[in-house]
Write a protein that binds this ligand. Structure first.
Ligand code: WT7
Length: 654
């Protein structure tokens, strides 16, 4: 049985339902009638959601979809995203409200920032960036640990209309360089390093190395976080505390067109080259603030919200920075790892800050499940009222454990399906409305129209599987791939061009009630701990090693990380057997080329790869070997004896 068949079989046995608690339902931000209102007049519904924001000039048309797939939302409207996330809360008399309870990894290293503090910091950083030569439209890269300055830097960019591109701190210098190059980033904001697992890790050296590979960067703005030694180039490097601390606290935000680029976020596609997903200002901010209000039922006066994502991923953009801050939330921002210095560190933070809404990923939940409930049981987490999950399918066992052990059986679990490209949550239960089913993302939220379709683009009947598509445009949709409109059209809109559907790249099933279960990618993209990696990207990294002739990578199912990369490598003749430690050598190479998350779980040196007569690698068969299944149909292979060689070689795999 394949993974998907097994999942489908298990689904039909899942009949647990969790009704929303009565008080939550009675006071919910969104009630059941929102579905009907949105269905009756979708654009009118979005126009109403747009009223959540403060516009400098109101739009005169909700949506222009005359040139699909290129959308214009809130046509003619102007606004400033940073003003909406910061200043307007201060102007409304909420300047003393805490915006961010920041918790550094070293215990006791904490900082609270109110909305008024944030306004001062963002204004100073905006002035400093302007002084460094950043103007409206220039790209600024942000390569930072999870410290308040990361949020400040993003908002400062938004404030001056300079699209940011945040690169996850776990990416290597090479990965950083290719992103800097692709979007021609003029300035990089970074830090000397950050704290992870009790030690100071370095970031600045990767920026230095990236600068040796591309000459686009003019200035590097460096936050001092750990006090470690850094190399310094006076013509390029500038300390944050030198130029931001002394900058003026006065900065007038300019209103930008609704479609002005807000940020570029790189994500893996099916080719080796990451895609720069472009989000623009008005629609994105409407989408992220509306969904945060609807799906997390945020009550800004009383809730303490915490999303554990890193700001280097889209989740951090939409559900740490833009959604929560536009909504005036009080939130926790945590720098470090979940289990440092103790295994209950997260639960301790929930207890200390009285967190009410908690949003994390299934991979983290599964790792806590393995540790058992003794640790969480020692903390008082009775403040929690809603739990969220994102990044990959949540298996019913993890869902039920999360609800029971962390949520004390009180809290709805919202399993939220969305993507870097969608900008905000698309399919999810509503915590005050939906009777949740463990493992199902349920239905599109009000305002969103999605379907599961067959190869021809026809909706599948209940009880069947197919491809997940979005059938009408939505405000926070990606506008294009940075610098590559053709790839944008090819990747997302070509597959169901006739119907004009957005193709998400995921397989899904509608159960007998018509509720959606997202099953995972249907392309050569794998999901490792909720992070997207492309098989081709890892293959390219492997073949760039001098000893490697050819490589094939598959995403094998993994009990901890969801999927894990497994690599099959043919060595060059002159490399012989590669020498002792060849697997580690190749694995370190992938780590250097992309980053630690891309490191293969296993590398097997093989004499040949299974290929069809037309030369296409049959990854399906390699997945069978990696997942220790009987190898499937090999009749289309050019040489069917190859699988015997590979399966036999497994015994001696490195
Ligand atoms: C891919 C998007 C959305 C922010 C985090 C990842 C998978 C995401 C779910 C979910 C099943 C999910 C999909 C999707 N995914 N959320 N709730 N259930 N699968 O963003 O890196 O753009 O990855 O993550 O496969 O296509 P991303």
């Amino acid at each position: 049985m394949t993974d998907i068949e097994e999942t489908l079989a298990n689904l039909s046995r899942e009949d647990r339902r969790f009704e929303p608690p009565a008080d939550l339902a009675a006071n919910a931000n969104l009630k059941a009638d929102a579905y009907e209102a949105a269905a009756a007049d979708r654009e009118g519904f979005w126009a109403e959601q747009a009223e959540r924001l403060t516009w400098a000039t109101k739009w005169d048309q909700v949506l222009d979809w005359t040139n699909p797939p290129f959308a214009t939302w809130f046509v003619g409207g102007t606004l400033n995203a940073a003003y909406n996330c910061v200043d307007r809360h201060v102007e409304a008399g909420r300047g003393d409200k805490v915006a961010i309870h920041w918790v550094g990894e070293p215990e006791g290293d904490t900082r609270d920032l109110t909305y008024a503090d944030l306004q001062r910091e963002v204004s100073k950083a905006a002035n400093a960036l302007t002084d460094l030569g950043v103007a409206k439209g220039d790209r600024v890269a942000i390569y930072m640990p999870m410290i308040p300055e990361a949020v400040v830097a993003m908002l400062a960019c938004a404030r001056i209309g300079a699209p940011h591109t945040v690169v996850f701190g776990g990416f290597s210098a090479d990965a950083l360089a290719s992103r800097l190059d692709d979007c021609q980033a003029k300035v990089v904001v970074t830090a000397d390093g950050g704290y992870r697992r009790g030690a100071a890790s370095a970031l600045k050296p990767a920026v230095d190395e990236a600068r040796s590979k591309t000459d686009v960067v003019e200035k590097v703005l460096v936050v001092r976080r750990t006090n470690q030694e850094v190399d310094w180039d006076d013509s390029v490097d500038v300390w944050w505390h030198d130029v931001v601390d002394s900058a003026s606290e006065e900065h007038t935000p300019e209103a930008f067109d609704s479609e002005h680029p807000l940020y570029v976020m790189y994500t893996s596609g099916t080719t080796g080259k990451p895609k720069g997903i472009l989000h623009t200002t008005g629609g994105y901010l409407v989408g992220s603030s509306y969904t945060h209000h609807a799906v997390f039922d945020l009550k800004p006066e009383t809730d303490v919200y915490w999303c554990t994502a890193d700001i280097g991923w889209v989740t951090g953009h939409s559900y740490i920075v833009y959604g929560p801050l536009a909504n005036g939330a009080t939130q926790v921002l945590y720098e470090g790892t979940p289990d440092h210095p103790e295994r209950g560190r997260w639960w301790k933070i929930i207890e200390q800050y009285g967190v009410t809404i908690f949003y994390t990923a299934p991979t983290a939940i599964r790792s806590f499940m393995k540790q058992g409930h003794d640790v969480p049981d020692t903390f008082d987490m009775s403040s929690l009222r809603i739990l969220g999950s994102v990044g990959e399918p949540i298996n019913p066992e993890a869902y039920v454990w999360y609800r029971h052990v962390i949520g004390g059986d009180r809290t709805p679990v919202v399993d939220t399906w969305w993507q870097t490209e969608t900008g905000s949550i698309m399919i999810s239960p509503l915590p005050g409305v939906t009777a949740g089913k463990p493992g199902s993302a349920m239905t599109p939220i009000p305002g969103i129209e999605a379907e599961v379709v067959d190869d021809e683009g026809n909706p599948v009947p209940n009880g069947s599987g197919g491809y997940l598509v979005v059938t009408s445009p939505w405000p926070s949709m990606l506008r294009t791939i940075w610098g590559d409109d053709e790839r944008f059209k090819d990747t997302y809109w070509k597959r169901f061009e006739k119907q004009g559907y957005y193709f998400a790249g995921d397989g899904a099933k509608k159960d007998d009630d018509g509720d959606i279960w997202v099953l995972g990618r249907v392309d050569d993209v794998m999901n490792v701990s909720g992070h997207r990696l492309s098989t081709t990207e890892i293959e390219s990294a492997l073949v760039s090693h001098p000893k490697v002739a050819e490589a094939a990578v598959v995403g094998a199912s993994d009990p901890d990380t969801g999927q894990a990369p497994v690599a099959y490598v043919i060595l060059r003749e002159e490399a012989g057997d590669g020498g002792e430690g060849i697997a580690k050598e190749l694995s370190d190479h992938v780590r250097k080329e992309i980053g630690p998350i891309a490191k293969p779980r296993q590398i097997m040196i093989v004499p040949e790869l299974p290929k069809t007569r037309s030369g296409k690698i049959m990854r399906r068969l390699l997945r069978d070997v990696a997942e220790k299944r009987e190898v499937g149909d090999t009749t289309t292979l050019a040489d069917s004896s190859i699988m015997d060689l590979i399966s036999a070689g497994q015994a001696t795999s490195t």
